[in-house]
Design a protein around this ligand. Structure first.
Ligand code: PEP
Ligand code: MG
Length: 597
């Protein structure tokens, strides 16, 4: 029977495919697609693990003390029986052979199947045997050994390499931002998670990949089974499991339509972003890795407005990249951009971006109760000055190869500004003393804490430019955790308090003759393009995949007609409705849903 699961739409489009479940909530295991030549070896690992666990059970039974309760021996017999049942190991071997899952994954996939059968049993005694099965599988997984990284099938292979013809879509309870990076190269055509908010970093990486995604779909990973046919509607935030033929056909039609639309938008690539009244607008891109630079150029972006350097620091078991490794990464990004400016943000570790893969739900239960208010971003950098200066040296050296701007995340006070500038000066002195060449850089501050927006003059005095990090500015202005799906409905970029901070920052920066951009998700959301243009914004930084849609809005906008409407929007109790009404009349544009056009 078809079921519908509602979540939050985070990345546009429609994906239709076969579900691949990872990170089962019952037993956490590595998920690796194995090479087809290694299948029989992997199956042999399964049977070898069964023999080892069988021998463990035999030894346990043999060593039972004479006065042990009889139930204990009976329980061991049940475990032994479950272990030997081909419905477990034999069926897991089928997952390995047919889907190329590694042995641990195959076992957890089969555990899911069997656990559901136990859940449906009428007999309470038999139903309770599910716990025994879980214990047996846990033992098998322990015996197989753990610790392999999450590796995913790469894009140069297709789903046929993994035992099927249909596209694969990924379903997980949660995915850490660092693990999301693996998805950039994977064959998955869409994904669904149980937890997460629209601007969580997991969602941001999904948008950068331009694959349909729904997060915060609470029960998804327990309702969906491996191999279910599912539709991910990334525009509506809807997941349809086992759709009827009519629904499937309708979604296939929509898929074809959106491909045509993308093709049409792609033709704007070389068109300069200039409004109807001749205002030039700079459309820059956000990246996570130097390799993303190709997509930036392909999208017709005129530079990188935000390189989230922290992704270079993640999943390394605490071994942070040294100066040479960082210099190499930044230089590669700079060279790939062929003379266009690259704005690199110093590390923003913390909150939902831990150094090592950890799901955001795990993070929430970490010892720190409010990681978003904790040692994050520049606070972390200032608490580790040698690490910070290492990064600054690498950035300054990369600037010898092309235009680099350094941007500092989450500053909130003049004290932090001064400490930051001292570190930059110190890093320059160190390079000069070591005789290492470095280039001139512009220095910028992210405005993502209300305190920074409210004390903007001090930021404008010390920095060459400012960039509005709206994802955090909204989070901290409205006191809404951006990663928490439970309060996602309160995370509102249209809130007048947020809009006032944006407007005052843009106006003051322009009046001071300093550069100002928006690099949060609002910049790539067509629903806000006219409003931001009206407020005076001329530099937007977004995922490369959004550039064409935003350019289309810019080309249709007339800032002379839009700008006078700002006071009306700011004074409105419902700025979204006012914008819709007033701006549509001024531009002839139609409103597009948030994060979904
Ligand atoms: C922001 O907060 O808007 C931003 C661009 O930074 P991040 O999303 O990486 O926190
Ligand atoms: Mg931020």
């Amino acid at each position: 029977m078809s079921i519908q699961i509602f979540g939050l739409p985070v990345s546009r489009g429609v994906a239709i495919g076969r579900a691949v479940l990872v990170a089962s909530s019952r037993v956490d295991v590595p998920h690796v697609f194995i090479d087809p030549t290694l299948i029989e070896e992997e199956v042999a690992r399964l049977y070898a693990a069964r023999d080892v666990v069988g021998a463990e059970f035999d030894a346990l039974k043999r060593d039972l003390p004479a006065d042990a309760p009889a139930e204990l021996a009976a329980l061991l017999d049940v475990h032994h029986m479950l272990l030997q049942d081909e419905a477990l190991i034999g069926a897991a071997a089928d997952w390995v052979r047919q889907r190329h899952y590694n042995a641990e994954w195959a076992l957890s996939a089969q555990l899911e199947v069997l656990a559901r059968q136990f859940d449906e049993m009428e007999d309470a005694y038999l139903r309770e045997r599910k716990a025994d099965l879980e214990q047996v599988v846990e033992r098998l997984i322990r015996s197989l050994g753990r610790g392999a990284p999450l590796t995913l099938p790469e894009t140069d292979r297709d789903s046929r390499d993994f035992g099927g013809d249909e596209p694969l879509v990924l379903v997980a309870s949660d995915i850490a931002p660092a693990d999301m990076l693996n998805f950039k190269r994977s064959v998955f055509k869409g994904f669904v998670t149980d937890v997460g908010g629209k601007t969580s970093h997991t969602a941001i990486v999904a948008r950068s990949m331009d694959i349909p995604a729904v997060v915060g779909a609470r029960q998804a990973s327990s309702l969906i089974r491996s191999d279910d046919c599912i539709i991910i509607d990334g525009d509506a935030g809807l997941v349809i499991v086992d759709p009827s033929p009519i629904v499937l056909e309708e979604y296939r039609f929509r898929q074809r339509q959106s491909e045509l639309e993308r093709g049409r938008l792609a033709r704007l690539r070389h068109t300069p972003a200039v409004t109807l009244d001749g205002e030039r607008v700079e459309l820059l891109s956000n990246i996570e890795m130097p390799e993303d630079a190709d997509a930036v150029l392909e999208a017709g972006s005129v530079g990188v407005g935000l390189f989230r350097s922290e992704f270079l620091f993640m999943n390394r078991g605490g071994n942070l990249p040294d100066e040479e490794e960082q210099y190499d990464a930044y230089r590669r990004a700079v060279e790939a951009m062929k003379g266009l400016p690259v704005t690199i943000r110093t590390v923003d570790i913390g909150a939902d971006k831990p150094l090592d893969a950890m799901s955001s739900s795990e993070l929430r239960h970490e010892s720190v109760l409010n990681p978003a208010l904790g040692l994050r971003a520049i606070r972390w950098s200032l608490s580790e000055p040698s690490m910070f200066r290492r990064q600054l040296r690498a950035l300054l050296r990369a600037a010898a190869h092309g235009p680099v701007k350094i941007m500092i995340p989450m500053l909130s006070s003049v004290r932090e500004i001064k400490q930051t500038l001292d570190n930059v000066a110190h890093a320059k002195r160190q390079l000069a003393e070591a005789g290492k060449p470095f280039g001139e850089v512009e220095l910028g501050a992210m405005i993502e804490v209300p305190a920074a927006a409210l004390t903007l003059p001090v930021f404008l005095k010390h920095f060459d430019f400012v960039s509005l990090g709206t994802n955090d500015l909204i989070q901290y202005t409205l006191a809404i955790d951006r990663t928490d799906e439970a309060v996602a409905h309160l995370y509102d970029p249209w809130n007048p308090a947020v809009l006032q901070l944006l407007y005052s920052t843009i106006s003051q920066a322009r009046a001071a003759g300093k550069g100002v951009s928006v690099c949060g998700e609002m910049a790539g959301d067509p629903a806000f393009t006219e409003l931001l243009l009206a407020m005076g914004l001329r530099t937007f930084s977004m995922h490369p995949t959004q550039v064409a849609s935003i350019k289309q809005r810019v080309l249709r906008a007339d800032t002379r007609r839009l700008a006078p409407l700002v006071p009306q929007v700011l004074g409105s109790e419902d700025p979204e409705a006012t914008c819709l009404e007033q701006f549509a009349a001024a531009t002839g544009a139609t409103h597009l849903p948030r994060f979904a056009a």
